[in-house]
Design a protein around this ligand. Structure first.
Ligand SMILES: Nc1ncnc2c1ncn2[C@@H]1O[C@H](COP(=O)(O)OP(=O)(O)OP(=O)(O)O)[C@@H](O)[C@H]1O
Length: 263
């Protein structure tokens, strides 16, 4: 069993932002959530993490509706890395990563040895060992993103929800992060904009458009020239010469409108 969304609908201001989405990742898989800006990826992740409740449909954790599950059990099982984590408080990298251990603390405290081991491993995996005492607000955008990922890893979740985790990272850290997530023995759902990274790392892809699933399957099944043209409105060449024969996508520049060039 794992974290499943069944026919979820989320309505705001009379608009169906998520419109009947079913997402049932298999245990241990990495599922890429694709779609243009505003297609509902972040909203769906918020429904799956329990931050928002669906208007209709259900999100199930091990078969129990998320809203009925015990908060601590959800917090232990599901870790979230959202796009816009920020704080003005003077807090160090170590403090932020330690926040991931809160769900593991019972009424009589947790296991300090296990907490420290989880924090140390998470920090090492994300290449932050030298930065433990640095203040959060002095970090670069990419370093902050890695700290949030370290916090999620320190939580030792079974399910990991990541909203565009690579958007501030340089190419080395993008590849390292997705390699790490792909190798973790947990289920992950990752919203991504980079179709080549999605093709390279994900087991399954789900494509949203206007809140609906318009394609789902393996990267080779989903990432076709026809789908990319239809959903993203761009021309692309797709070949099978990515790593392990996965799709590799080469985009054509967009046609430029003369009036834009004229300023
Ligand atoms: N609380 C809200 N109230 C009203 N509209 C909302 C709310 N949250 C999101 N939306 C709208 O829902 C749509 C989907 O937003 P969402 O952030 O889920 O898209 P996304 O696919 O993650 O986009 P991006 O790729 O740009 O991050 C957008 O049009 C957004 O303006």
């Amino acid at each position: 069993m794992t974290l499943h969304a069944r026919e979820v609908v989320w309505e705001r201001g009379g608009k169906l932002i998520v419109n009947g989405v079913t997402l049932e990742p298999r245990q241990g898989q990495m599922v890429g959530l694709l779609g243009p800006n505003g297609s509902g990826k972040s909203s769906l992740l918020r429904l799956m993490s329990g931050v928002r409740r669906p208007t209709r449909g259900t999100v199930l954790l091990d078969g129990t509706e998320l809203s009925r599950a015990r908060r601590r059990e959800v917090a232990k099982a599901v870790a979230v890395v959202s796009q816009h984590a920020d704080t003005d408080v003077d807090i160090t990298v170590r403090d932020v990563v330690r926040l991931g251990r809160i769900p593991h603390r019972g009424a009589f405290g947790g296991d300090p040895g296990a907490d420290e081991a989880a924090v140390t491993a998470a920090v090492a995996h994300t290449g932050l060992t030298g930065k433990l005492d640095q203040l959060w607000h002095t970090l670069s955008g990419g370093e902050r993103q890695r700290v949030q990922i370290a916090r999620a890893l320190a939580q030792e979740p079974r399910e990991l929800l990541l909203d565009e985790p690579t958007n501030h990272l340089d190419i080395q850290h993008q590849l390292e992060l997705l390699t790490l997530v792909a190798r973790l023995p947990i289920t992950s759902v990752v919203a991504l904009h980079d179709l080549n990274l999605a093709a390279m790392f994900c087991d399954q892809l789900v494509v949203l458009q206007s809140g609906r699933v318009v394609a789902a399957g393996t990267p080779s099944e989903v990432l076709t020239e026809e789908l990319i043209a239809r959903v993203y409105n761009v021309h692309a060449r797709v070949s099978g010469d990515g790593p392990d024969g996965r799709p590799s996508i080469r985009f054509s520049p967009a046609p430029v409108v003369e009036s834009v060039l004229a300023g």
